[in-house]
Each structure stands twice: as structure tokens, then as C-alpha cells.
Ligand binder design. Sequence first.
Ligand code: ADP
Length: 353
Amino acid sequence: MADIVFRNVTKRYGNTLAVDDASFTVNDNEFFCFFGPPLSGKSTILRLVLGLETPDTGEILIGGRPVNAMSPAERNVAMVFQNLALFPHMSALENVRFPLVERRVAEAEIKRRVTDVAAKLHIGHILHKPPGQLSGGERQRVAIARALVRDPNAYLMDDPISALDARLREETRVELKRIQRELGKTLIYVTHDQEEAMSVADRIAILEDGKIRQIGTPAEIYDRPASTYVARLLGSPMMNILRSARGDGGVEAAEGTIRIDDKTAPADAVEIGLRPEDIKVRPWADGGPGRPARVFEVEPLGGYTVVTLAAGQARLKALLRGQPDIRPDAMVAISCEPARVHYFEQSGGALAR
Ligand code: ADP
């Protein structure tokens, strides 16, 4: 069992609150992702888990044992660093063996563990090569193998694939998810890429200025963001958030250009949120339901199209399937299912209906 628990953990650097009263549990075998903008505290949390930093207040437990007073070695948590720093003068095999040789593990045991890890990471056929002859993705797998060969309680990754190009990143994140599932180990993963967080994580913790704003599965956070801050962080294009007011029989936004027929809308809502994929767009001439808006810009992206709409003074982004025949300056009718509308209060918090 290697669950990782933070209880009211705070870490300051001078006047900076890097981690502010953080409490969370990463379950055994979970792929747990910290996501947030730069300087929100992600790396500090990893360093606190590793034991490179100690909390000012609060308690950290790994596998049920308090670790505040334990050295990094005693915690046995492995880190896969961002720069994938392999030793260039050693072969991939020597790189993977290194942590065990360093710990004077018996040769037979080294062979057994290296063979096991190499099979799981599909790198048996490249172990004879030096890092310079490996592709970015192969180097990635060798670096992970080197971290895992120690058989750690848990492993941590700090933005491990941000240096790769876009296509390789997509491949590698699928690979990482598969590896984590096969290894059955607790993984704490830091990323600043929202798509990556959504695609790999069992659960995500959203950070802002050292504070945890929401923890949940990707679907929970996407469908029920706790605040406008969280709502804007996940989703591309991001959620449209508009000032709103109660009108006849519902909620109005964008100078009445948008009307949501929702008698159950919470009374203290001051903003509504509409995901781009929840906005329906029809040609105005069709006469169907919907409010008038003007097409401002059209971005065809192959499988889908982003349409920017001018509704009153507001600009909205809608995400449509395929490549609909919509041109700039056309009038369209827009609508949104009331059940898909998000409501927010003055402070930005989400409101239940
Ligand atoms: P992230 O990983 O999300 O970019 P960090 O954990 O690196 O965020 O940083 C959180 C905050 O703590 C930032 O304001 C950063 O400037 C500060 N910080 C991090 N490490 C140090 C340090 N060693 N000394 C001083 N301030 C630090």
C-alpha cells in the first residue's frame, strides 16, 4: 500500500505561500495529476512528497506512515525528472542498472529487475544503444525504467513530456497511461497541459496560488467545475462566461441576446457558463428555436470548426462538428439546453440549481 496523504500542509518561501493548507489523498495505484498555471505550487508539492522540502506545518503520510522526519531515501519515492537526464556515456542498459549498482544489489537480482522493467516498458531491443542514438520517446521510456527499477513505493513525474514535440507527446501520454496501469503503482504527475491532465489522470487536483481549488475525476471537473477559475482552466476553447441577470421566465445574458429558459436557475447567479460544444448554431433562415447572433470568425480545424459569434456586446465561441457551411457575417440562431448551463455567484463559485 502506498497511498500518499497530505493533512493541512503549508510551505512558505520567505513571504511566498508556495503550498497553502493542502489536504488530499492520492490512493494506492492511482494516476493522480496536479494541474495549474506556472508558480501555482505543483513542483513544491512534489518536493514535499520526495522529502527534498519539509512542511512548515501539517503532516505527510506515505503508506500510512508519517514521513515528515524521514529522509528521501527512507521514503523510497522515485522521481522522473523533466529533462530525462540520462548519462550520455553509458548505454541505455547501464543507465537502467545504475540505481541498483549504486545500491550494491546482487547481480542476479539486478538482471531480474532490469528484465522485468524492460519488458513492461518495451525497451529490451534498445538497451544496448547509447542515449544519443535513441528517439525522444525511447529516451523517455529508458528514464522511466531507471526510476522504476528501484521498485519504489510511488513515483513522481514533473512535466515529463513537455519537451517533446506535439505528436510524440500524444503518443507518450497514451504509453504512460498504459505503463502506469500495468505497473499498478501510485503515480503523482505534474503538468501544465490541460489536455494531458484530462487524458492521463484518474483524478486531477487543480491548483491556484498554492491552494487546491478542486479535486475530482477529469469528467467531474469538466462537467461540474467548482468555480469560474476551474471552469476556464479545462476545455479548449475555454468555457464562455457571461454576465447574466434574471429575466422573464429565465436568465438573460449579452444584453438579452442570450436567453435561457430555466425557471430553476439559482437566484444569486451573476454569471452563466456555456461550454463551446453545448452551443447549438443553426442558419437564421431555418426559423428554428434560438436567438440571433452574427458570425464573427470561422476556424475550420478538420474534424470540427470553432465559430466565434457576436451576441450583443459579447463574443462567444461555439464548437461544431465537421465543417459546416457557415461564413463570417452570416446571421445564425444560437441556443443551449438549459441543463447544460453553468451558474456562478459573485465570488466566482459554482451554484447548484
Ligand atoms: P509550479 O511548479 O506550479 O510552477 P512552484 O512550486 O515551483 O510552482 O512554485 C510555487 C511558488 O513558490 C512560486 O511563487 C515560486 O516562486 C515559489 N518558490 C518555489 N521554490 C522556491 C524556492 N526554492 N525559493 C523561493 N521561492 C520558491
